[in-house]
Ligand binder design. Structure first.
Ligand SMILES: [Zn+2]
Length: 352
């Protein structure tokens, strides 16, 4: 666990036991929430270095969370029903929508059976380039390289850097430094830096080993047959759209949507911005998503839904069901909205 995670866990625990989230739920709980998931998979043996673990929850935790949300009085709804409730301001009952990003095979093998058992709708935002293997899961390749190497040399921002990665602590620090340098770089430099790392430290077989299996179109079709799945688009290449020109960003969004339509016969009506933080998706991207005809678009800005979000359907916040926080009390805290209210200085909307 990183030190930052340890701090948040401490803060969340303190909030929970203060009972403040229950007392203030009416003010900050909003009318509903969108939950973000990536991987759903059985727990793996931990080697102490697992930076991408935050993207995974277990099928048991998903099952338990669904029961808990229902017990708390929420309806679990599809994205189109979520949109209807926001537009018609129909807030008789609070609601939650489950969304999964990228399109990993475990969504079919481990998440789908849980959704089917409870007969509840869910959405998957597909990144078509991740599915056909034309774009790297660079965050996992980087994790694999840092796990296997003891020292990593890489040019970052024009300077040749040498990182030690012998101990678990050094591996966390090295991963964080390289990961965030890559996230902040212009796209072309990010791609060439990652390519240099691959050439130096990871052959094709390593890359295949580090990379998570993705959904096949056949798996997508079988989930679609259940009537529970909403397919959304998540760009062609999983680039941070904020780093692209407006035309390139539009192309990334439109291309994934066209490919999904070609493969499934259905034009995706919903969209998720890759990475989804304020640097990856802001006003310009929200406008492009609306122009392209998506009915809703979601970011990863944190928060619950308020009635005011009806006016910002292309800038919807979400709550990550995070691998490091797999505890029932955190789900209740998050849905109560107080952690986000504190984080946002008690502003309800974060849409610019
Ligand atoms: Zn993604």
């Amino acid at each position: 666990m990183s030190r930052r995670t340890a701090f948040y866990k401490f803060a969340l625990n303190s909030l929970y036991y203060s009972g403040a989230h229950r007392a203030l739920k009416g003010r900050f709980g909003g009318v509903g929430a969108l939950l973000t998931l990536h991987h759903v998979q059985p727990d793996r043996p931990e080697d102490g270095f697992s930076p991408n673990r935050i993207l995974a929850i277990t099928p048991e935790f998903l099952d338990q969370t669904i029961r808990q949300i229902v017990a708390l009085g929420y309806d679990i709804v599809s994205l189109s029903e979520m949109r209807r409730r926001l537009r018609e301001q129909d807030f008789r009952r609070p609601f939650v929508s489950f969304t999964l990003d990228d399109g990993y095979a475990d969504n079919y093998t481990h998440a789908f059976p849980v959704f089917r058992k409870h007969d509840i709708p869910f959405a998957i935002y597909l990144c078509t380039g991740l599915m056909d293997g034309s774009v790297d899961q660079w965050w996992r390749i980087l994790e694999g390289i840092v796990r296997q190497e003891k020292q990593i040399e890489v040019e970052l921002d024009g300077t040749n850097r040498v990182f030690t990665a012998k101990t678990t602590r050094e591996k966390w620090r090295t991963f964080d430094a390289i990961y965030w340098a890559l996230r902040r770089m212009p796209l072309a430099l990010q791609l060439s830096t990652m390519q240099a790392l691959r050439e130096r430290y990871a052959g094709d077989r390593d890359v295949a080993r580090f990379t998570a299996p993705v959904l096949t179109w056949d798996m997508v079709a079988r989930m679609d047959d259940s009537g529970l799945l909403t397919l959304g688009a998540h760009t062609a290449n999983h680039y941070a759209l904020g780093k692209l020109s407006a035309d390139e960003a539009r192309g990334e969004m439109a291309r994934s949507s066209a490919l999904i339509e070609q493969r499934t016969g259905k034009k995706p009506e919903h969209f998720a911005y890759p990475y989804g933080d304020a640097l990856s998706a802001a006003q310009r991207e929200f406008e492009i998503a609306a122009e392209l005809g998506f009915l809703t678009a979601v970011s990863t800005r944190k928060g619950v839904l308020f009635p005011e979000h009806a006016e910002h359907l292309h800038a919807l916040p979400r709550i990550s069901l995070n691998g490091d926080y797999q505890q029932a009390r955190n789900v209740e805290l998050f849905l109560g909205g107080l952690p986000f209210a504190l984080f946002h200085g008690f502003r309800k909307l974060d849409v610019n």
